[in-house]
Design a protein around this ligand. Structure first.
Ligand code: NAP
Length: 472
């Protein structure tokens, strides 16, 4: 009973305990915003400033003193000053002895200085305990309270107790501390806010390049060719027809590119007979951005759906239907119902609908809020098994779209096949190779390799040696 109650006591926050004073050096944007938030959370705040007198900008419950006076009042000092002004801290060495100095600074460029700002601070004041924190939170977010985007606070430092003290403050402010280890991690933490969608670069550039290629390809085939040979102006195709040709092509190609690196990795592992030697860098990078590639593919697929929905209300489509009906009436001739075409059309639509449904399911399961709630096996089932099923359905959708026209010589213009035929190349390669890889003889071998078996252990020892040597 007593054990239980002590456990319960441990879980109850010590709200009645008075919070320790926190000192902030610098009364700039971040210092003031953090001071305000700390005061709201019950921490007495004292500012250390070059101008130690109250101002209307500074929270009124906070004290403003000189740096030396303010430092004496607290065990934790948050340095809300730009790195280039740190020098004066060396003259306060004696006052700062044993204090926890929190470096929150950011740089303008990635790896701007030879050492991290936190390391530099630790060198300037060697007797202090330096902790890196808060640099990923913006002053605006602290002030406005909309912290959803930056609730995580990376914390690192060599002194465990000091790091714990800072993490307690982070939690008290309603943020989530993430311990990143020793002060060596500060460099990476400082580079983090300077990165601009690092995982999205390859998918975006690839999509832009492929979109531009398919746009010009369709422009040549569908607009320039009829203009040159039939003297027809189809330039209005640029608004809906060509985008609606490019979107499904891009969705299919990018979806195939999500699964291609996995297939290549399997071939490499089978060839090497081990999983213990590193993949080439380009393959590693490609594998890391598969989720982003998939999401871009989903965006193209969604656009394709929207474009398709407006097809019946297009003037060109309505005109063609009316024209055909009127000419049939004038010639007193109707075309008989073609059952094969009926099947092709319905199968094409059904495959597209099912493919898009699974595509959306894949996108939803890649959201952190969903993927965090499924275990590894469930996640793999959705992303791999359902992913391949989506690729099969979307490839079949495109193949059936070609239907009877597929590979017919009349569909070539200037020897160029229809764009949808090009889009089938990568998906078909991925599916055929995957099919070969799941043949029992290869699948068994691959499973063994992935469980740690090696065909030639000497090879991997040698390669590990090479990897280790190059890492040194
Ligand atoms: P700021 O508005 O320019 O304020 C910096 C403060 O440093 C000044 O108000 C001044 O305070 C003090 N200072 C300036 N020159 C000094 C000198 N020569 N010697 C001593 N103190 C000096 O900058 P900030 O936006 O608050 O940023 C402060 C730090 O937080 C930076 O390292 C920044 O990278 C980091 N940070 C900022 C944000 C943000 O959203 N702003 C987000 C994350 C991290 P006194 O006049 O009171 O001395």
């Amino acid at each position: 009973m007593s054990k239980n109650s002590s456990n319960i006591m441990a879980l109850v926050p010590k709200t009645s305990n008075k919070r320790e004073t926190v000192c902030i050096f610098g009364t700039g944007d971040f210092g003031r915003a953090l001071g305000h938030k700390l005061l709201q959370s019950g921490y007495p705040v004292v500012f250390g400033s070059r101008n130690p007198w109250p101002s209307s900008l500074i929270p009124k419950d906070a004290e403003v003193l000189s740096h030396a006076e303010a430092a004496q009042k607290a065990a934790i000092i948050i340095i809300a000053i730009q790195r280039q002004h740190y020098d004066f801290l060396a003259s306060l060495e004696e006052t700062l002895h044993g204090k926890v100095l929190v470096d929150i600074s950011n740089n303008l460029k990635i790896n701007q200085y030879p050492e991290s700002n936190a390391k530099y601070l630790a060198q300037l004041v060697p007797s202090a305990r330096v902790v890196k924190a808060f640099n990923t939170v913006s002053a605006w977010a602290l002030q406005s309270g909309t912290l959803d985007a930056s609730r995580q606070v990376f914390v690192c430092g060599d002194d465990t107790e000091a790091k714990q003290m800072v993490m307690d403050i982070v939690r008290a402010l309603g943020l989530t501390p993430l311990d990143q280890g020793s002060l060596l991690a500060a460099r990476e933490i400082e580079n983090y806010p300077l990165q601009l969608f690092p995982m999205w670069k390859l998918p975006i550039f690839l999509s832009l390049g492929l979109t531009a290629f398919f746009f010009f390809y369709c422009l040549v085939r569908d607009v320039i060719y009829p203009c040159v040979y039939e003297n027809k102006d189809y330039s209005f195709f640029l608004a809906i027809s060509i985008p609606n040709r490019i979107c499904p092509i891009m969705a299919l190609v990018l979806l195939a590119l999500v699964y291609l690196p996995g297939v290549l990795a399997a071939i490499i592992q089978l060839y090497r007979g081990t999983k213990y030697s590193r993949f080439p860098d380009w393959l590693d990078k490609w594998m890391l951005c598969r989720k982003q590639l998939g999401l871009v593919a989903l965006a193209f697929a969604s656009l394709h759906v929207i474009y398709t929905l407006v097809m019946p209300i297009r003037y060109y489509v309505r005109w063609r239907t009316e024209d055909r009906t009127i000419s049939q009436a004038l010639n007193n001739k109707t075309s008989p119902f073609d059952n094969t075409n009926g099947w092709l059309s319905d199968s094409y639509l059904a495959l597209g609908i099912l493919g898009f449904f699974l595509f959306v399911l894949l996108g939803i399961t890649s959201l952190p809020s969903v993927s965090n709630n499924v275990n590894w096996r469930e996640f793999r089932f959705v992303q791999s098994k359902l992913g391949y099923l989506t690729l099969i359905l979307c490839t079949a959708h495109t193949l059936v779209y070609g239907g009877k026209r597929f590979l017919s010589p009349s569909s070539y213009r200037w020897y160029l096949p229809s764009a949808y035929m090009l889009s089938l190349i990568i998906p078909c390669i991925v599916l055929v190779v995957k099919f070969v890889l799941i043949l029992p003889c290869l699948d068994k071998q691959l499973t063994r390799i992935r469980q740690g078996w090696e065909r030639n252990p000497q090879y991997s020892e040698q390669s590990n040696y090479i990897i280790n040597k190059s890492a040194v």
